[in-house]
Design a binder for this molecule. Structure first.
Ligand SMILES: [Zn+2]
Length: 130
């Protein structure tokens, strides 16, 4: 649940807040932009602190994270700088791009694919009679 909220909503909220703060910085002090900028900062700070704590939990301490699809504890993975997710034994690789992804993607794990290929080749090989 945390990862789903984080990937799909919190990171985009942080991005919007950063844009609002930047716009407020260049706007004249008189007007609503100063208030918008302050509110955006007040939202951004707890989001950034939560993200830092989550990164320490999942990446530094290597603690399991609940799979956003089924809730099973799974290993957190970073596929690229902005693409994060988990390797769930039940679902596979569940991930999303934190900046552009609007839905979680579920892909089979690479290890599973290798095992399936190995089983297929083992089944195709003729077995010698003993
Ligand atoms: Zn799962």
């Amino acid at each position: 649940m945390f990862l789903r909220i984080w990937c799909l909503y919190a990171c985009k909220l942080a991005l919007v807040c950063m844009v609002l703060i930047l716009v407020g910085y260049f706007m004249p002090d008189a007007g609503p932009w100063k208030s918008v900028s302050i509110v955006a900062t007040a939202i951004l700070i707890p989001v950034v602190i939560t993200g830092a704590l989550a990164a320490v939990w999942a990446c530094v301490l290597r603690k399991p994270v609940a799979c956003p699809s089924c809730g099973t504890p799974a290993k957190a993975v970073m596929r690229s700088q902005y693409d994060i997710g988990v390797e769930c034994d039940a679902c596979g690789l569940v991930h999303a791009n934190v900046l552009t992804g609007l839905r979680l993607k579920v892909e089979p794990l690479a290890i599973e694919q290798e095992n399936e290929e190995r089983e297929e080749t083992a089944a195709e090989e003729p077995q010698e009679p003993s």
